[in-house]
Design a protein around this ligand. Sequence first.
Ligand SMILES: [Zn+2]
Ligand SMILES: [Zn+2]
Length: 322
Amino acid sequence: MEFSFLTMGTASALPTANRYPSAHILTVRERLFLIDCGEGAQMQMRKYGVSFGKIDHIFISHLHGDHLFGLFGLLSTMAMGGRQGDLNIYAPEGFGRILAFFMEQFGEGIKYNINFHPIKCREPQLIYDSRQVEAFAFPLVHRGETYGFLFREKEPQLNVHKHLIEPYKLSLYEIARLKEGKDLVRPATFTDEDGSEVEYEQTLLNKDFTYLPYKPRSFAYCTDTLPFKRLAGWVKGADLIYHDSTYTNEYSELAKTTFHSTSQAAACCALEAGAKKLVLGHYSSRYKSLDTMLEEARAVFPESYLAREGAKFEIELEKYKE
Ligand SMILES: [Zn+2]
Ligand SMILES: [Zn+2]
């Protein structure tokens, strides 16, 4: 039951000799979600063993080249690989024009369907929903329309405490009702002082008989953005947050004028959101060493980590005991 985030590109606008522009893979069980698709994403996917055929959903945060220029090559490669299944792309609505132009110029060999899902929202909005996972988009504060994403596993079905089945003589039907979250109301009897049986309606409260087998996991993607107050509330309780960390504190003014964040601001967001872990990325090309970047984040939020090309961050399944 994998839930992991693979960072394949950690550069900001300018790639360096060993940093690629943004492109990442979120794996939720068997499903792969490509998040942003900067230049070189296909080569990175090959390098890290990501199968193109397993990607049916691509999420693009905004229409800056460092998050998008790898997509067109990938669409062509998928066609050359004989892709048949639909591909879904979630991006700001302006992407529609770009896709139409691309298809007009280069789309002849692309035989599979591309479903474009335009994102337009000012509050968190559900944009993807399946049996096991749902994804929300929320607006970020950057140059041009930009969205972050929150992926969340769905609540699992409730389990019934085994040790209560026998004493309460729960029928299969009643167990099924409890698993659906319902209380049980059933006829019962008790013997009163005179020794006669009295009938009454017994209510068994769902919460006394059930428990969640595991805690649903969640991941938030927050790049590129200025820090802003409401963000932490929108990603509250996320197990893992990936956050824009373009600069160290030394360049906090530059972060403001370019609508980016420092690693310290990223850490403040993770702290306020009550996240378990923070992954920093989208580093300015001026940094050879990222030590200061990490130190400044950890001073605020100790569970901060650096994204690197090929690094995978796993969220373990937390099982609840009976
Ligand atoms: Zn960027
Ligand atoms: Zn940008």
